[in-house]
Design a binder for this molecule. Structure first.
Ligand SMILES: [Zn+2]
Length: 290
């Protein structure tokens, strides 16, 4: 057992006692982040999500949006919204086999430029852009039929840039291609620009003010990978995301889901809030939906 997993069990017990008295925004919730779910981790994923469902802690994107707008009571451990990045084919498999029987609704962030590729070209682009050249693509991405199936199951599709490029420091023309270009491609396929965006890689160094401003011109919400609780008062373009490592012990996964690891990210949250513009897209006046 690793030191991390050995410490996780007592830390998880302590956190369950402390969590209700740690300050958090009204209507607090966490957005959990997953990527591909390899077959060896499906069971771990199923046990985790079924446990959250039994505890009444799963909320839908619509419920999360309601909490951002109107807050709500905080009782015990915060509820969670499930999110999946990169659009791997295994996302659809767990949507069909794990989420559908529970009636759980989640966010799926996809890269339309990568979906348009196939075979070797897609595998090469996923390895280079998503996995930073560190390993081969583990599996294909969902095709458009798979995305449509997710929508039919009641899930929400979000923009994750066109080609999974890192946005921080990108020249203006490429930034527009990756954000506005992808928004247009998704609108052409889905009928409207998605409300949700998740920036690539998720860490504070992978985003800048220019990119968040561009994201805010096309989308209502932007989820980062900076850990923390969301709720009333959280800037909608600076939403926090908590990655869950399905290879870790159950206790370590609980620390991520229950918000304990977020204690370490206060500085990054303040930096992210400082980059986020004030939202300028009231729902009624969004031109693209007309
Ligand atoms: Zn990604």
């Amino acid at each position: 057992m690793s030191l991390r997993d050995a410490l996780a069990a007592p830390a998880s017990v302590l956190w369950r006692l402390a969590a209700p008295v740690v300050p958090r925004p009204a209507g607090a919730f966490h957005v959990l982040m997953f990527h591909d779910i390899p077959s060896g981790q499906r069971e771990s994923f199923r046990v985790l999500v079924e446990g959250l469902a039994r505890a009444g802690r799963l909320i839908s994107p619509a419920e999360a949006e309601g909490r951002l707008a109107g807050g709500g009571p905080n009782r015990g451990l915060a509820p969670v919204l499930l999110s999946f990045d990169d659009g791997f084919a295994s996302n659809l498999a767990v949507a069909e086999t794990v989420l559908a029987p529970l009636g759980a609704k989640a966010l799926f962030f996809v890269c339309p430029g990568l979906i348009e590729l196939s075979g070797e070209a897609q595998a090469e682009a996923v390895s280079r852009n998503v996995l930073r050249g560190q390993r081969a693509a583990p599996e294909p991405l969902m095709d458009w039929a798979g995305i449509e199936r997710l929508r039919a199951l009641g899930h929400t599709i979000g923009n994750h840039t066109r080609d999974h490029l890192r946005l921080a420091g990108l020249p203006a023309d490429q930034r527009a291609e990756q954000i506005e270009g992808a928004a247009g491609m998704l609108a052409a396929r889905l009928g409207a620009v998605p409300d949700w965006f998740a920036y690539t890689f998720g860490d504070i160094a992978s985003i800048d003010a220019a990119a968040l401003a561009e994201i805010g011109r096309h989308h209502r919400y932007c989820r980062s990978g900076v850990r923390g609780a969301n709720g009333r008062g959280t800037p909608p373009l600076a939403l926090r995301g908590d990655h869950v490592d399905l290879a870790a012990s159950r206790d370590w996964q609980a620390l991520a889901c229950d918000g304990a690891l977020a204690l370490l990210y206060g500085k990054q949250r303040r930096m992210l809030d400082g980059l986020a513009p004030t939202p300028t897209l009231p729902r009624q006046s969004r031109g693209r939906e007309t």
